[in-house]
Write a protein that binds this ligand. Structure first.
Ligand code: PLP
Ligand code: COI
Length: 354
């Protein structure tokens, strides 16, 4: 395994107050970096002061969008320890994303040990206020100095870290979601299952229109028939319909969320039936109209478990559970965050101490 060079900052920053954190606005003192070239493989692994990157304006990443990323968090437990939540899953997914975009594969064991080393160096940056954590953003991009559209040879991998509070300003209060009928985010055979920057660029227009109308985000329909519910811009979705939790199946155009898989396991262990299947927007709207839609929520690393209080489709607004957080959503939130923040025991072996 390669060694990691350490260069400590000589100008440590002051840490922001928990009340102003929001999401992804402040960055820690250092970042992890390494480069890939065909002859050397991954090399020059280092933790250096956080700062701007110097790249050629011809770099592949600026022209053809060869970029993938991950998102995970470091949590401070009541005892003051620092822990990660299922970090190996993020590197597994990152390599799946890299395979799709044709970026070089990471050595998952090395990437994880480097992340642990990095978080250990930044441990004072893990906040301790309720609901706060240190968000970790590994990303990898193609860096050939060439405008030809060809396979990628050189790449850069970076990890930055940001102390965060709630992703949505609403916090745990229900968000308003608009079901998108014009744009699509991903198609089968496309890059929906990969966590690549381009998917988010494709989401911008619909997201902006929805935001102007007072919604937090859009819920995407499948890109082929525009019939089946897929996911929200930054989270997977779950609906409790007549006592059963239904979540869209992983058809290739949806991100296989780590939080999604954790929620499925927790719900099953609570004795709540879960179905991973195609869910048409018509079935969802019928359930909303007939009162069978009991609860709706999104789940993701940044979003945690976010109740959905309103779903709007084709100009019709449906209020879910009176616009309040539902019982199952609350129980799932409490259990998941209890394990993540170390307030509850972790019978699953999901957490990893730093
Ligand atoms: N779907 C999208 C589009 C996302 O950006 C995210 C966030 O990472 C998720 C789902 C949830 O994935 P995870 O639970 O792994 O964070
Ligand atoms: C995450 O939850 O980690 C995400 O990547 C969502 C996001 C785009 C902020």
């Amino acid at each position: 395994m390669q060694s990691i060079r350490i260069e400590k900052t000589t100008m440590p920053k002051s840490k922001p107050d928990a009340a102003v954190l929001g999401f992804g606005k402040y960055f820690t003192d250092h970042m992890f970096m390494m480069e890939y070239t065909p002859d050397k493989g991954w090399h020059d692994a280092r933790i250096v002061p956080y700062g701007n990157l110097s790249l050629s304006p011809a770099s592949t990443v600026f022209h053809y969008g060869a970029e993938i990323f991950e998102g995970l968090k470091a949590y401070r437990t009541p005892k003051g320890e620092i822990q990660l939540f299922r970090p190996a899953e993020n590197f597994k997914r990152m390599n799946n994303s890299a395979e799709r975009i044709r970026l070089p594969q990471l050595d998952e064991a090395f990437a994880l040990s480097a992340l642990v080393r990095f978080v250990d160096m930044e441990r004072d940056w893990v906040p301790d206020a309720e609901g706060t954590s240190l968000y970790l953003r590994p990303f990898l991009f193609g860096n050939d100095e060439s405008l030809g559209v060809h396979s990628i040879r050189n790449a850069v991998y970076v990890v930055i870290a940001s102390p965060v509070g709630s992703y949505y300003p609403e916090g745990i209060n229900p968000v308003k979601i608009m079901i998108e009928t014009a744009d699509v985010r991903a198609v089968r055979g496309g890059t929906g299952y990969a966590k690549c920057g381009g998917n988010y660029a494709a989401s911008n227009r619909a997201g902006e229109i929805a935001e102007k109308k007072g919604f937090s985000q859009v819920l995407w329909l499948d890109g082929v028939e525009r019939k089946y519910v897929e996911e929200v811009g930054a989270m997977n979705v779950m609906f409790k319909i007549a006592g059963v939790v239904v979540t869209p199946a992983l058809t290739g155009s949806i991100l296989p969320g780590v939080t999604r898989s954790s929620c499925i396991r927790l719900l099953q262990d609570m004795g709540i039936p879960v179905e991973e299947r195609l869910l048409s927007v018509d079935e969802l709207m019928d359930a909303a109209e007939s009162g069978k839609l009991e609860e709706a929520w999104g789940c993701g690393t940044a979003a945690v478990v976010s109740p959905i209080g309103q779903l709007s489709y084709a100009g019709v607004d449906h209020i879910v559970n009176g616009g309040r957080i539902g019982e199952t959503t609350q129980k799932l939130y409490d259990t998941l965050t209890g394990i993540q923040w170390g307030r509850l025991p972790d019978p699953y072996g999901w957490t990893m101490k730093v």
